[in-house]
Design a protein around this ligand. Structure first.
Ligand code: DGL
Length: 258
């Protein structure tokens, strides 16, 4: 059983790919809607929440953990991997960055995410570790999450805010941009349009699902679903979660409050 957590509903952008790529594996998802957003919280709190979320998923039978939240991945992934040495733990950072390294031609990579993610320096550190010649340009885009949550995807205000944030990359000559936040793939169309055809957009949610699929194949952990329904839990407002979640994964979901 694959246990996945995020600060809220955004992690379903990862789940939708996992469902597509691993349709026979059972999923249990926890969205921490009572404590969302993580993106402006302190490192200590993000670590504390991530441990609690992981414990919850393990208590429900998870055998693999996916940290779908980029903020939690940036600040808590290493700690979780140390704390649960026997549990395979995937985060949304390394798969996205590995892809970025594969596709960049000029070695200049942009990363956008929440304030906590960008301030953590996790992406730079990882890329520098893999290839110290890579130049990383980071930009926090804090308004993107509320805009997506309000479903302001196609509003002109969203376009102008996106133009404002992404103008940071003008003259940086990046050829690759990593969407390091659960919500940003929803804005991929706008972001790609602003960045232009020369910039390759990397969506870590898809890359994470691919990496997980590889792991499950190698481990031979494919399960045929019996009567198990994928399970979704939220720590607050399960109906709101269900409503937004249905839009993200394209079908109705039942959400339990814990
Ligand atoms: N899930 C968070 C992330 O991917 C975005 C929302 C939040 O700030 O909690 O960074």
């Amino acid at each position: 059983m694959i246990g996945i957590f995020d600060s809220g509903v955004g992690g379903l952008t990862v789940v939708r790919h996992i469902i597509k790529l691993l349709p026979h594996n059972k999923i249990i998802y926890f969205g921490d809607t009572a404590r969302v957003p993580y993106g402006n919280k302190s490192k200590d709190n993000i670590i504390k929440y991530s441990i609690e979320n992981t414990d919850f998923l393990i208590s429900k039978g998870a055998k693999v953990i996916v940290i779908a939240c980029h903020t939690a991945s940036a600040l808590a992934s290493k700690i979780l991997k140390k704390k649960y040495p026997n549990m395979p733990i995937f985060d949304v950072i390394d798969s996205g960055l590995n892809k970025a390294l594969l596709v960049t031609k000029n070695g200049r990579i942009g990363v956008i995410g929440t304030e906590a993610t960008i301030n953590s320096g996790a992406h730079q550190a990882y890329l520098y570790y893999l290839n110290h010649k890579i130049k990383v340009f980071n930009k926090a885009c804090p308004l993107f999450v509320p805009l997506v949550e309000e479903n302001w995807i196609n509003k002109k205000e969203t376009l102008s805010i996106a133009k404002h944030y992404l103008s940071y990359f003008k003259n940086k000559n990046i050829d690759t941009l990593v969407l390091a936040c659960t919500h940003y793939p929803i804005l991929k169309g706008i972001i790609a349009k602003i960045m232009g055809k020369k910039v390759r957009i990397v969506d870590p949610s898809l890359e994470t699902a691919r990496q997980l699929k590889k792991y499950i194949y190698i481990q031979n952990r494919q399960n045929i679903k019996n009567k198990f329904q994928n399970k979704f839990y939220a720590s607050d407002l399960p109906n709101k979660f269900g409503h937004m979640g249905a839009k993200l994964i394209g079908k109705k979901i039942k959400v339990k409050k814990i």
